[in-house]
Design a protein around this ligand. Structure first.
Ligand SMILES: Cc1ncc(COP(=O)(O)O)c(C=O)c1O
Length: 363
């Protein structure tokens, strides 16, 4: 067997044809920035996630930076960030001139609920990251933030389509940031991102910031930048959106098979809540003290795996910080993502189930 962790070239021929057709349509219009595909994409996301404003941009890292700038966060400010996340969460804070203050996570990689202990008189915001697709406890977190008078910027880059109490990831905070990087559950054929907000003033400011500060051509009201989405990426995302729910169903079916097969294995922790609506089953991350051995074993059997992420941010050179990050560090040392995507074939899932259980039974 040769089962890649994720190989996007495996998408069905019929889907490839739909994407090629949409490419031809865009080519014929001659409009490659803005236009009806972008308008349609934003409207569809707003409707699906029940978000008042959905402002597309060039990628998820920009979305975070735009959100922080729109909230007026900059030099001298502090922003609380979980120790275990993709680097962009802290990178965006530094890019706007503020300081990331790292806080440990729980066993699932979500910011620990006592993060408010990190608050100082410089704290302007907290960024919960819905890591692997599982949402942080947002009702409590938004209440805590409100009582402390600080903003919530959700890093929902991995959590498109997760809902908590019927409310979508990205719609709880002042701004929610999405990534449509190709490997995401809703991924473009390139780079794309989005800010969700329920506040019209913030939406307007984000739109200005991502388009050189111009409400109209050649009228520049603030120093902005160019972070517009490509029309082509919006067009491809409109096609991928048509299949989103069906792909989610496929992910959940596979996740259930894994849960059923692996529950009760000694020394193996399974992802919590992955079948619930507050988890979009973006990644299936198991945890074991024997992670490296298991990864090597699966590789020998032809099963690709990945580590999200092998190093916590406070241990990285640009973000070096001392502190108690023991849960986050454990996840970095013991977490292993096994294949979970709509392109997996039944026989492949069976093979993964067999090999993984064999490892814990015999090795
Ligand atoms: C948690 C998290 N935050 C931010 C990002 C940044 O998104 P992008 O790669 O689109 O810049 C990603 C995606 O890679 C992510 O997983």
């Amino acid at each position: 067997m040769n089962i890649p962790f994720l190989e996007l070239s495996r998408m069905e021929e019929s889907l490839k044809d739909r994407l090629k057709n949409r490419f031809s349509e865009v080519l014929d219009t001659g409009i490659f920035s803005g236009g009806k595909e972008v308008i349609q994409f934003e409207a569809s996301v707003s409707q699906f996630l029940n978000s008042f404003h959905s402002v597309s941009c060039a990628n998820g890292t920009d979305a975070l930076e735009l959100a922080l700038r729109a909230l007026g966060i900059g030099s001298g400010d502090e922003v609380i960030v979980p120790a275990m996340t993709w680097v962009s969460t802290a990178e965006a804070v530094v890019l706007v001139g503020a300081k990331p203050i790292f806080w440990d996570t729980d066993s699932q990689g979500l910011i620990r609920s006592d993060w408010e202990k990190a608050v100082t008189n410089k704290t302007k915001a907290v960024i919960p990251v819905h890591l692997y697709g599982k949402m942080a406890e947002m009702m409590t977190l938004t209440k805590q933030a409100k009582s402390l008078g600080i903003f919530v910027v959700e890093d929902a880059a991995q959590a498109f389509g997760s809902f908590q109490d019927g409310k979508a990831a990205g719609t709880w905070g002042e701004v929610g940031c999405m990534s449509f990087y190709p490997t995401k559950n809703l991924g473009a054929l390139g780079e794309a991102g989005m800010c969700l907000t329920q506040d019209s003033g913030l939406a307007e400011k984000i739109r200005l910031l991502l388009n050189h500060g111009q409400p109209f051509r050649d009228q520049h009201e603030m120093v902005g930048r160019n972070s517009r989405i490509d029309t082509l990426q919006a067009a491809f995302l409109n096609v991928f959106l048509e299949d989103f729910q069906e792909n989610q169903r496929k992910r959940k079916v596979i996740a259930k098979q894994y849960l059923d097969a692996f529950s009760g294995i000694d020394g193996l922790s399974l992802p919590l809540d992955i079948l619930n609506e507050n988890h979009n089953a973006h990644l299936f991350v198991i945890q074991s003290e024997r992670r490296d051995e298991l990864k090597a074993f699966l590789a020998r059997q032809g099963v690709g795996t990945a580590i999200h992420y092998p190093k916590i941010l406070p241990d990285m050179k640009p973000y070096r910080t001392e502190g108690d990050f023991s849960n986050a560090r454990r996840l970095a040392n013991e977490g292993l993502s096994i294949p979970l995507n709509p392109y997996l074939k039944e026989a492949e899932v069976d093979f993964i189930l067999d090999q993984l259980t064999r490892f814990f039974r015999t090795e």
